[in-house]
Design a binder for this molecule. Structure first.
Ligand SMILES: Nc1ncnc2c1ncn2[C@@H]1O[C@H](COP(=O)(O)OP(=O)(O)OP(=O)(O)O)[C@@H](O)[C@H]1O
Length: 305
């Protein structure tokens, strides 16, 4: 699979502040890539480097195999960009705005008309003929995505597209990015882990300028799988009963609370069956049995500590 974006050993400082330290990762074709980091972690700086708006101190950035050149980034024809605070001409309607953007980019008028219509449908602004001035923040973000997709980019870059939106607006944006991801690779930054869990297939965690963790989301979860099970009984067992689990060799941790116990196991499948058998033998009916998935939050906290 071709890499749409490659960063290799990219570093950047401002004065005495080292913002990025030898950042290396790539975004393959067809990927929706979540760049996770706290405020100030360097996400915006990284995106500006990819767009050639800033000059890297070291390292190389390639878009579809072409090196990015500072100040003269021909590679930007391959990229659609949604900045964190997009600016629009408030007196235009969405259709007028996209026409204006298409004209600047030198697209043929028929193509602009046709493609604008599709894109405005995609972002849920197909029937909105009002001026942009009165748009909500979410509507502006959606129009921004339509604009970024107008040139049919190979890579769509969105800087914190969901921050400052309410849960409904946030879901709308994620759904749109998910759809856009069928046509183009997507790189978006966020500090919201649930956004990433919803739509990304790959992630990188940026912490203190370094990539603390990266890879396919499934793989990352797999590696950090805790193999824990939570069991709830119909009734609280006799005092101290759950402590019996501590003596079992395959149980590495026990936490108990009234009728519920959480066990860390070497292997959820095999050891889980042993635990269940034990409870049956002791004639303690089970209300609920659950294998716990590590949340991205757990994984993230482990990576950035
Ligand atoms: N032009 C600049 N000159 C000096 N310092 C800068 C400049 N641009 C960014 N910084 C600093 O670099 C650090 C990283 O900023 P950046 O905007 O890349 O972070 P971010 O992860 O995008 O954070 P946020 O989510 O707050 O936008 C911050 O400490 C910021 O103050």
């Amino acid at each position: 699979m071709m890499d749409i974006l490659q960063l290799e050993g990219v570093s950047k400082h401002f004065g005495s502040l080292q913002v990025l330290r030898e950042v290396t990762f790539s975004v393959p074709e067809g990927s929706i890539f979540g760049l996770i980091g706290k405020n100030g972690a360097g996400k915006t700086t990284l995106m500006k480097l990819v767009l050639g708006f800033l000059r890297a101190d070291a390292g190389e950035i390639r878009v579809c195999g072409e090196p990015v050149r500072y100040g003269n980034a021909r590679t930007n024809r391959l990229i659609g960009y949604l900045p964190d605070v997009p600016a629009f001409y408030g007196y235009m309607t969405p259709v007028e705005y996209l026409r204006f953007c298409g004209q600047i980019a030198g697209m043929p008028p028929a193509r602009i008309r046709e493609h604008s219509k599709e894109l405005l449908e995609l972002v849920g602004l197909g029937s909105v003929n009002r001026k942009i001035r009165g748009f909500s923040r979410g509507m502006k973000q959606r129009l921004g995505i339509a604009q970024a997709l107008l040139g049919e980019p190979h890579l769509l870059i969105c800087d914190e597209p969901t921050s400052a939106l309410d849960p409904v607006g946030r879901k709308e944006i994620l759904d749109i990015l998910s759809l856009a991801g069928k046509q183009t690779a997507v790189l978006f930054s966020t500090h919201v882990l649930s956004d990433v869990e919803r739509i990304c297939d790959r992630i990188a965690v940026l912490d203190d300028g370094k990539i603390a963790l990266q890879g396919p989301l499934e793989e990352i979860r797999g590696c950090h799988r805790q193999d824990a099970v939570r069991i709830q009984l119909f009734d609280a067992p006799p005092d101290g009963f759950f402590d019996l689990f501590r003596q079992m060799p395959f149980v590495s941790a026990v936490s108990a609370e009234e009728d519920t116990v959480t066990l860390r196991l070497a292997d959820a499948k095999q050891d889980g069956a042993n635990v269940l058998n034990f409870l049956l033998r002791e004639q303690l009916p089970i209300l609920k049995y659950e294998v716990l998935e590590p949340t991205l939050e757990d994984v993230f906290m482990e990576a950035v500590q």
